[in-house]
Design a protein around this ligand. Structure first.
Ligand code: NAD
Length: 476
């Protein structure tokens, strides 16, 4: 059984849970220890104690550990990427790419540890000087979702450690494997006891115990809106800092003047790669009427050519849905869309393969309207809907007509429309002739409206969350 990491010790939890491969339900990856409430409390105590020293560690110490961690992840990217695909279900190439990304994130924050600076400014009072510095926040609770099992933990843990915080990490139930590898690598890289604690277990039990504990100084959460709201409630009650990254209903606008191949590449990649299980997935395709029919027909051809199969099998384009619950949710949304007048033009059926997994053909639903549930609620699967619009202004209006605001894309060859869209889109991230999903790791990531709350993740902007500003005055 893979144990918890608390205060530098590997600890067996109350019991173990099997980590099952969604491509092949008979494949048990391993048993992972499940923490109870007292394990979470021990982890928070350890993080609090460790902060007394780690909070004053040198940038060199933090750099060296983050660099060594990035190095090991990079060297082992094929092995860890394969584990990722085995536990989450995205295809192996995507698993390896995500693992490479995690290594790059650790390397980036290794450098950031050496780049932290402050300001010295003249006071308005004679002879007085003012220093503005950034300090670590303290004990940071990290709660991660299942769909990016290594990249999301990396982009939260690396900056937390980089800026001198200590961490209690609660990974998603479905993907303990990559979480365990990160903890093991950081531990062996020389991270002092208690600086990173790995507490695997049920969100409603150990996650909730983290939220309820006033000793946690900040919480960085990525997951669903429903859980995000709980996190916000608990954090406000405890007057603690928090940041939330949640769902999306991301539009990809395709205008009449788009390069059709570019638009098709963006739609196929953005809506269906990683089995559509990305918060930035292009789940709404907003298409102007001059290109609509050509786009839809060509997209159906592309979708029919995609191979849905075991994520580890050579030649697979789309792996399984992550589990039975998510599969049922995807199928329900397809049914609801049809019942409300949508036209299921391609895919949408469960398919059997050599191995017993949660395979679903990518579904394309046309003739939908913005008010249908399929266009208002996040599905989180290989399901995209098409909304036909007259021209650019209507496309922009429909794109923004959502409570979400994570990512938005436009395919056009017009500078006028792309510039206008970049300015008027109500999303935190805007893509021109690129899929809505797929971002750089050295620049800010995050959304607006009900997709996100708090300061941005990633790049140097991460310090807004993981540090706290101090203003010190000195008289001569
Ligand atoms: P989820 O909300 O079910 O779970 C997220 C995490 O919260 C898990 O670790 C879970 O155990 C924990 N949790 C659950 N109940 C809790 C509680 N009461 N207290 C504390 N923690 C609790 O989300 P999920 O199904 O794992 O992930 C899918 C969602 O994540 C989608 O909505 C997706 O859009 C979103 N997501 C957003 C981003 C982004 O950056 N915006 C990125 C990836 C995924």
């Amino acid at each position: 059984m893979k144990p918890l990491l608390i205060n530098g010790d590997w600890v067996d939890g109350a019991h173990g849970v099997e980590n099952i491969n969604p491509s092949d339900k008979s494949d048990v990856i391993d048993l992972y220890a499940q923490a109870g409430v007292s394990d979470m409390q021990d982890a928070i105590t350890a993080a609090q104690d460790a902060f007394k020293t780690w909070g004053f560690s040198t940038p060199q110490q933090r750099h060296d550990i983050l660099k060594a961690t990035g190095d090991e992840i990079m060297v082992r990217r094929e092995e860890i990427g394969t584990l990722l695909s085995r536990e989450e279900g995205k295809i192996r190439a995507e698993g390896i790419a995500e693992t490479t990304r995690a290594a790059q994130i650790f390397h980036f924050f290794a450098g950031e540890a050496l780049r932290l600076n402050g300001d010295v400014v003249p006071s308005v009072r004679p002879g007085v000087s003012v220093e503005i510095t950034r300090e670590p926040v303290g004990v940071v609770g990290i709660i991660a979702p299942w769909n990016f099992p290594i990249a999301i933990p990396a982009w939260k843990i690396a900056p937390a450690i980089c800026y001198g915080n200590t961490v209690v990490f609660k990974p998603a139930e479905l993907v303990p494997g990559c979480a365990w590898e990160i903890a093991d690598i950081l531990h062996r890289a020389g991270l002092p006891a208690g600086v990173l604690n790995l507490v695997m277990g049920q969100g409603s039990v150990v996650g909730q115990a983290m939220l309820d504990d006033p000793r946690v100084d900040a919480i960085s959460f990525t997951g669903s809106q429903a859980t995000g709201a709980r996190v916000a409630d608990a954090c406000i009650k405890n007057m603690r800092k928090f940041q939330l990254e949640m769902g999306g209903k991301n539009p990809l606008v395709v205008l009449d003047d788009a390069d059709l191949d570019v638009a098709l590449d963006c739609a196929v990649n953005g809506a269906f790669f990683s089995t559509g299980q990305r918060c930035t997935a292009s789940s709404r395709l907003v298409v102007t009427e001059g290109i609509h029919n050509r786009f839809v027909e060509a997209l159906i051809d592309r979708l029919r050519a995609l191979k849905v199969d075991n994520a580890l099998k050579e030649g697979t384009d789309i792996g399984p849905v992550v589990d039975a619950t998510q599969l049922a949710q995807d199928c329900d949304y397809i049914d609801v869309a049809r019942a409300q007048g949508g036209n299921l033009r391609s895919g949408g059926a469960r398919v059997a393969r050599e191995t017993d997994g949660f395979f679903l053909e990518p579904a394309l639903i046309t003739d939908t309207t913005p008010d249908m549930r399929i266009n208002r609620e996040e599905v989180f699967g290989p399901v995209a809907s098409v909304i036909r619009v007259r021209e650019y202004d209507e496309a922009l209006h429909v794109a923004n007509d959502t409570e979400f605001g994570l990512s938005a894309g436009i395919c056009t060859t017009s500078l006028k429309f792309s510039s206008d869209f970049k300015r008027k889109s109500e999303a935190g991230m805007v893509m021109v002739n690129l899929p809505t999903a797929g971002v750089d790791y050295h620049v800010p990531f995050g959304g607006r409206k009900k997709s996100s709350y708090g300061s941005r993740e990633q790049g140097s902007y991460a310090k807004e969350f993981f540090t706290i500003v101090k203003t010190a005055y000195t008289a001569p």
